[in-house]
Design a protein around this ligand. Structure first.
Ligand SMILES: Cc1cc2nc3c(=O)[nH]c(=O)nc-3n(C[C@H](O)[C@H](O)[C@H](O)COP(=O)(O)OP(=O)(O)OC[C@H]3O[C@@H](n4cnc5c(N)ncnc54)[C@H](O)[C@@H]3O)c2cc1C
Ligand code: FES
Length: 322
């Protein structure tokens, strides 16, 4: 197994290289970090960053909100009136590359859902923003199993791109199962017609570039297999003849989807890691806002873990769903 223990993290200033709309509500963001003093630390598939979704100018940039037992938090007028979020927003790493000595490119795909992501969508090339990362525990990459199924739903697809790249580099065959409600919400470039029966093919540019075939599913049948990504995966498990012991599953997406992925894998004895999502305040294990129940040997059979620092990826069989 590759060792993907927690890496060092830091706060970095990044320049927007690309911020373009790739489908309805979804943007591809490429950030360049060129810090003469520190390189962006090593990162792995499954990790994420926290982006500050507000301008770095004026006093907001260095403004600290401090609270003690006797002093309430202090907010500036800007923070109360300018509709820019106080807290950073967590976004998965979709990839990372060194583009020239000293410059690291981070790739992120985000969906515009609220205040912070709407602010991100307005950023022009050359704009600066603050990146905290890399954060989280990363996927455990099993080098002793020849195949991996990557199951992504909606904004759970970006970390699957990073995972596909890492798996291919380790000579493991990745197969991506990507689900969206409808074709307009699929954050991938479709090359050729995806199989409507759910067979993997080289039908998306992004996964093909990373050595993976893709199965596309849409709930409304507007592209690829009509139905849920979990149905296509289950069908593939039945039809492909791949033995459970030869396969690892990595998944990220809506909780209801991951729960079904977990159940399918547990039933069939397939090793499975799920990347959970929680509202995150700090992203670094301090604020305790992101707890998840994880099975253990304690008397009650579980204890709280932090999604941001113990996760976001956990073995499916350890997650206590609520
Ligand atoms: C580890 C992690 C990785 C993520 N990776 C991605 C990614 O790669 N691409 C992407 O588009 N999104 C990703 N998300 C979700 C993303 O963080 C939220 O969509 C974003 O924070 C919303 O910020 P906002 O200010 O635009 O929305 P807000 O105005 O804060 O909220 C708008 C709506 O989004 C919901 N929301 C906000 N934050 C979260 C959250 N953390 N989890 C679930 N629902 C939330 C709110 O309940 C509300 O309904 C990730 C979340 C986590 C925890
Ligand atoms: S987000 Fe603060 S502890 Fe997890």
């Amino acid at each position: 197994m590759c060792d993907h223990g927690q890496s060092k993290r830091g706060v970095f200033s990044a320049a927007v290289a690309v911020n373009e709309q790739i489908c309805e509500d979804h943007f591809l963001l490429r950030l360049h970090i060129c810090d003469p003093v520190r390189k962006f630390p090593p990162s792995s598939a499954g990790q994420f960053v926290q982006l500050r979704c507000k301008s770095a100018d004026s006093r907001e940039a260095g403004h600290l909100v401090e609270a003690t037992a006797t002093t309430p938090p202090q907010f500036s007028l800007d923070e109360l009136t300018n509709h820019q979020p106080l807290l950073r927003r967590p976004l998965s790493l979709g990839g990372r590359r060194e583009i020239d000595p000293g410059t690291t490119e981070l790739e992120i795909i985000y969906r515009v859902v609220g205040t912070g992501t709407r602010w991100l969508a307005g950023l022009k090339s050359g704009a600066e923003l603050s990146v905290l990362g890399p954060l989280g525990n990363a996927f455990a990459i099993r080098t002793d199993k020849p195949k991996a199924a990557l199951i992504g739903g909606g904004v759970g697809i970006p970390p699957m791109l990073y995972a596909a790249e890492t798996l291919s580099e380790n000579n493991i065959e990745p197969i991506a199962f990507c689900g969206a409600q409808t074709s307009q919400l699929l954050p991938l470039t479709v090359d050729g017609a995806p199989d409507t029966g759910g067979a993997p093919s080289l039908c998306t540019r992004e996964f093909t570039e990373r050595g993976a075939k893709t199965v596309i599913t849409t709930d409304d049948g507007s592209l690829g297999f009509r139905g849920f990504v979990t149905q296509a995966f289950q069908q593939w498990c039945d039809d492909s003849g791949v033995a459970a012991g030869q396969l690892v599953v990595y998944s990220c997406g809506p909780e209801v989807m991951m729960r079904i992925v977990g159940d399918i894998c547990i039933d069939r004895g397939i090793e499975c890691y799920l990347s959970l999502e929680r509202h995150m305040g700090c992203g670094m294990g301090t604020c305790q806002s992101c707890v998840v129940k994880i099975r253990d040997n304690s008397e009650q059979g579980w204890s709280y873990k932090l999604c941001c620092s113990d996760g976001p990826a956990f073995p499916a069989e350890l997650i206590v769903w609520e």
